[in-house]
Design a protein around this ligand. Structure first.
Ligand code: AMP
Ligand code: GLY
Length: 424
């Protein structure tokens, strides 16, 4: 079988490596891919948002199955267009991708179907938002409606910060048109859990839970990033919490999307907060999370392509998806300065071999004359799997010590909160 994967980050590399485990897989084309993915797939320099170019490539190559892994092409209807060409795909069509692409859609859905989430109001005018904030209690959370690379969320502590946040989102349009409408919501507290789930629109099959580390610096300091590291499973996500989430959140979400006439097929990501009042949805994503995928997929025992095909053919209930009982840890190596300005073009030095339980997923790099150079903020994800989380972390950090590029930056405390929760 020949496959097409749309995207070019660590998530796509993790997906491709897993798909490669299936002996039926022949060629994998990745659009655009990156320097490291080039070792596992044929990378073609077509941007993931260039839907016309993607479709003309897909129409002229013998593709049996496509995986659209990134949010923008999903929101832009890449799956709808590939379906129109007769190509089976893993990923939601555009109207289902709204669950991530519009926070207002997601919040209104949760309200209508009584899915637990933070209380909220929607505003289209800065003056109305400010009038509401005058009597609000702080901290409070402001979110741009549209896609903003995970950076359109501002938590403000007082009235002054609220005014500058409204102005940044709605007047300066720091996140472009994504900020034309904003959601203002109640500030919640509690441990965060990421749950990715396979769903074919009717059946939902949650994957191993995970924990992201979103802030740039050690001790959860600094700016929010796309994610600086992950561990799986998440020790806060107990069997009781899992069954409560299934009943109150996962199944109701799948049913809600069906009733709204936009059944969700693909990977549905639940960003959850375990508040003292119970689990609440912080966000939905219409795709695999990154770097969550870099710890979750290595623990998948069942063949990924088989699961993806069952999702597309709406027969997920027929298969059983199995997981290894190990723990996994991923440490992201980023360019110094990320998520603010950073330099690119630094040569990457990797060891000639790594232990079997360690994998380096490539996110922001490019190949030039057989050498790898940095080309993005998050450059590499170093994942280790082991019997315990402590061993996985030790092995991941040991591998990090063997990797180098100028101004390489990473968090030194990935997994510490999870270890404390495990009493380790
Ligand atoms: P999001 O992009 O919606 O996941 O938000 C990014 C981060 O902001 C989340 O991972 C949370 O840490 C934080 N956050 C978002 N919404 C809330 C909320 N209602 N209360 C507290 N923290 C929040
Ligand atoms: N790691 C968070 C996300 O993928 O949105």
């Amino acid at each position: 079988m020949n496959l097409l994967v749309i995207g070019g980050g660590g998530r796509e590399h993790a997906i491709i490596k897993k798909l490669r485990e299936n002996p039926r897989v022949e060629t994998i084309w990745c659009l655009p891919g990156n320097g490291g993915i080039a070792a596992d797939a044929e990378c073609v320099p077509i941007g993931a948002k260039d839907i016309d170019a993607i479709c003309s490539f897909a129409g002229s190559h013998p593709i049996d199955f496509a995986v659209v892994a990134q949010d923008d092409p999903l929101a832009l209807g890449c799956v709808d267009r590939l379906h129109a060409l007769g190509i089976p795909c893993f990923g939601p069509e555009a109207k289902a991708a709204r669950i991530e692409a519009s926070k207002v859609f997601a919040k209104d859905l949760m309200k209508k179907y009584h899915i637990p989430t933070a209380k909220y109001r929607v505003f289209c005018k800065a003056e109305d938002a400010l009038a509401f904030l005058e009597t609000a209690s702080f901290p409070i959370v402001l979110k741009a409606d549209g896609l903003a690379l995970g950076k359109g969320v501002l938590i403000v502590q007082d009235w002054e910060e609220a005014c500058s946040a409204v102005s940044a989102l709605m007047e300066e349009k720091r996140f472009g048109e994504a900020g034309s409408r904003i959601v203002i919501e109640e500030f919640l507290t509690g441990p965060e859990v990421s749950v990715l789930a396979f769903t074919d629109g009717k059946t939902i099959c949650p994957m191993v839970s995970s924990m992201d580390h979103k802030r740039a610096g050690d001790g959860d300091t600094g700016l929010n990033t796309g994610g600086m590291g992950t561990v799986a499973p998440n020790p806060f996500y107990t069997a009781d919490v899992a069954s409560q989430c299934m009943e109150e959140i996962f199944l109701p979400t799948v049913q809600a999307m069906q009733e709204e006439g936009c059944p969700f097929k693909g990977c549905l990501y639940f960003g959850l907060m375990l508040t003292p009042q119970g689990p609440r949805v912080i966000e939905y994503n219409c795709r695999f999370g990154d770097p969550e995928t870099q710890v979750v997929l290595p623990l998948l025992k069942t063949d990924l392509l088989t699961v993806m095909q069952a999702v597309e053919e709406e027969r997920l209930h027929e298969i059983s998806v199995e997981w290894h009982s190990d723990a996994a840890a991923c440490v992201i190596l980023a360019s110094g300065g990320y998520p603010s300005a950073y330099e690119k073009g630094k040569e990457i030095f990797l060891p000639s071999s790594l232990p079997d339980n360690v994998t380096v997923f490539h996110a922001g790099d490019r190949l030039n004359d057989g050498k790898l150079f940095t080309s993005g903020g998050r450059v590499l994800g170093v994942t280790a799997c082991a019997k315990t989380l402590r061993e996985a972390l030790d092995d991941a950090y040991a591998a990090v010590g063997q990797i180098h590029f100028d101004q390489m930056m990473f968090r030194h405390d990935i997994g510490q909160r999870a270890l404390r929760a495990l009493g380790d």
